[in-house]
Design a protein around this ligand. Structure first.
Ligand code: PMP
Ligand code: GLN
Length: 380
């Protein structure tokens, strides 16, 4: 019945594949990025409270007003930017929908979008669904740093957008001030938009502060920033997030948003707004996750897996070349079946062939689980 697939090269996402294999093999699941601990008790109680209090009908299209206001306050606190809560913030069904909305609203057939890869796997299909082209800029192991002059060479007359992800999934790299200055330099005088996916904004380590394109006025005027409450509240199953963009761009994004979802989950929005009044919750996140990263790295010292420094996110890359010559997908499957630890290969995050012998492990787990996984991996 289907004459022509709109996404002929797309299969099932690697997250579904590896989580299903982990379940089948009864393996420890360090693959798909989600915590094995729960959202804060007080936040869950607030969701129950707002449900009982009758906040169960459609929220306003752009988000519950209390939440938009809280987010504006939070952005001001962390990034020093003054953002209009009602004209520049839209609450979405997770960051995935925010990204899809933004690309659908802003990208036309024939446009080119530069994608820094390895990249979260929703970006490229969203671009392709618009009849546009993803132009990959590939980060190289082991330092995965952007060479801005090389990236600049990919610009063409058709370039409409660059997608960056900071802190970066899966490499754990975080932008320095110099990276932002380079981004300002190469986009100055162009009409190129920046889609800055900042879902891990609070997960930065070793004394760094969260940094956003929103702190840089020259970038802010051309940027669309996406965020996920799933990451910040250990509640990936809630599928709630938001998108921040200048009013003119927000207006276009909402034209799409109002017809593909209209508005999202009301009681959780009111609960998050109230819970977040105390911004100290966000300030504690870096230490909370750094402790897990350091614990896991310490336990993994006994293994032949070589860590590649993670400066942010809740992911740690490991080079496995001392263990196997298998390609990363085959290795991740072998590891799940034979050693009962599921990881994520990074080649599915790339449109170009990569031979890196690297897998990603998620350390958003209890110490008990991290310790158990490290003991299994150290036996190889
Ligand atoms: N961007 C990146 C870089 C991610 O890792 C994820 C995955 N969680 C998302 C976007 C999507 O977030 P959400 O679950 O809120 O849709
Ligand atoms: N962002 C998560 C990861 O990178 C998973 C998201 C998903 O399963 N779609 O693992």
């Amino acid at each position: 019945m289907i004459n022509k697939s709109k996404l002929p090269n797309v299969g099932t996402t690697i997250f579904t594949v590896m989580s299903a294999l982990a379940k089948e093999e009864k393996a420890i699941n360090l693959s798909q990025g989600f915590p094995n601990f729960d959202a804060p008790t007080k936040l869950k109680a607030l969701v129950a409270h707002y449900m009982k209090a009758g906040k169960n009908q459609y929220a306003p299209m752009q988000g519950a007003p209390e939440l938009n206001q809280m987010l504006s306050k939070k952005i001001n606190h962390f990034h020093g930017a003054s953002i209009d809560p009602f004209r520049e913030i839209t609450v979405t069904a997770g960051a995935t929908q925010a990204i899809s909305n933004a690309i659908t609203a802003l990208i036309h057939p024939g446009d080119e979008v530069i994608v820094v890869e390895p990249a979260y796997d929703s970006y490229v299909p969203s671009i392709q669904l618009c009849g546009a082209y993803a132009v990959p800029y590939t980060l190289q192991a082991p330092d995965f740093k952007i060479n801005w002059a090389d990236l600049n060479r990919l610009f063409s007359r058709d370039t409409k957008m660059i997608i960056i992800n900071n802190p970066h999934n899966p490499t754990g790299k975080v932008f320095s001030d110099e990276d932002f200055q380079e981004l300002i330099r190469i986009t100055k005088g162009t009409n190129i938009m920046i889609l800055s996916d900042e879902v891990y904004e609070h997960l930065v380590f070793d004394g760094q502060q969260p940094r956003s394109v929103l702190s840089y006025p020259e970038l802010r005027e051309r940027s669309i920033c996406t965020y996920s409450f799933g990451k910040t509240f250990h509640a990936t199953g809630w599928k709630l997030g938001y998108v921040v963009a200048p009013p003119e761009i927000t207006q276009e994004i909402r034209k799409v948003h109002q017809f593909n979802v209209f508005s999202v989950n009301a009681p959780m929005q009111y609960a998050i707004a109230e819970f977040s009044e105390n911004l100290s919750y966000f300030e504690k996140l870096p230490d909370f996750f750094q402790t897990k990263r350091d614990f896991f790295l310490d336990k993994m010292k006994k293994s032949k897996f070589q860590p590649i420094a993670s400066e942010g996110t809740y992911f740690q890359l490991f080079d496995y070349s001392q263990i196997s010559d298998l390609d990363d997908v085959a290795f991740a499957k072998w590891l799940t079946k034979e050693h009962k630890v599921a990881t994520i290969p990074i080649s599915p995050f790339c449109t170009k062939q990569t031979n890196a012998k690297v897998v990603r492990m998620c350390f958003a787990k209890t110490e008990e689980v991290l310790g158990k996984a490290a003991r299994k991996l150290a036996k190889i």
